[in-house]
Design a protein around this ligand. Structure first.
Ligand SMILES: [Fe+2]
Length: 272
């Protein structure tokens, strides 16, 4: 299966593709459990994921959010007769072919138009009643899928790394923090991440990410209250420029984290 690595963790089959470009390395991971595929992988690996899909018994698919590295092969599954679900808010986006900046098209490949069904609050597979947990912030339609019987939770791009240093322009960090808090209200154990793979101590990872962001928020807010500009706060907390910021034309940057921590936070809205 070409570049795909596959395996099984506590009854969940995973398939992972390593992606590297200009020195940046990242895995992308899809999962299959009880006939349910979680995420579909990027179009760049259409052949590899396509043969993985054909080798498995897939009855339904859920996409954690509409980004092309998660939805890239959705159309292919639909052609196989598999119903694909996504949060209702992003269905209109999915119904059109993705217009992607060049670096994303290059990194992840294309994403064809597809016709997803609206994800219900509870999704039933043969043996599991999956709870859908709304976890916006990384993007507006982001969800996590929780199995109350096993404590497994599929988290898409909610967690990825505990110490995020740069985000996309459209991300809302206070909303991500609320989503992490909401998730911690569920009795989960293993986190199945869209990029990091299965994480055994998932609760610790989620807790660590929330602690990190709360700390960052405190630092940014304190400097802001002392009259520092967003630019100066960013330079102080995140000195140096990451290559991806340049390569993405500024779509990925630490400056977006600082802006969001200040401007998307309630305390800042009260000041206006
Ligand atoms: Fe994403």
């Amino acid at each position: 299966m070409g570049n795909l690595k596959t395996g099984n963790y506590e009854g969940v089959t995973w398939a992972m593709a390593p992606v590297s470009l200009w020195g940046a390395r990242l895995n992308v991971c899809v999962y299959l459990v009880d006939g349910l595929l979680v995420d579909t992988g990027p179009g760049r690996f259409a052949a590899e994921f396509g043969s993985f899909f054909k080798s498995q018994s897939i009855k339904q698919a859920v996409i954690t959010h509409y980004h092309e590295d998660h939805s890239g092969n959705a159309r292919r599954l639909e052609r196989q007769g598999v119903p694909v679900y996504i949060h209702p808010s992003s269905i209109p986006i999915c119904e059109k072919k993705a217009e992607l900046p060049m670096y994303r098209r290059y990194f992840w490949g294309r994403r064809e138009a597809f016709s997803p069904l609206p994800l219900p609050d509870v999704l039933e597979t043969e043996n599991v009643r999956w709870q859908v947990v709304e976890t916006p912030g990384h993007c507006f339609d982001h969800i996590a899928l929780f199995n109350p019987a096993t404590g497994a939770v599929f988290t898409g791009d909610l967690v990825v790394t505990p110490k995020t240093k740069l985000v996309m322009k459209t991300e809302n960090i206070p909303q991500i923090m609320d989503s992490l808090r909401r998730l911690l209200g569920y009795d989960f154990g293993v986190v199945y991440c869209g990029h990091a793979g299965p994480v055994a101590n998932g609760r610790e990872l989620v807790r660590a990410k929330l602690d990190y962001l709360e700390n960052l928020s405190g630092q940014a807010r304190e400097l802001h209250q002392r009259g520092w500009s967003l630019r100066a706060i960013n330079k102080k907390i995140f000195p140096g420029m990451v290559p991806l910021t340049v390569l993405s034309g500024g779509e990925w940057a630490s400056a977006h984290m600082i802006r969001s921590l200040i401007e998307d936070d309630d305390y800042s809205k009260k000041d206006r």
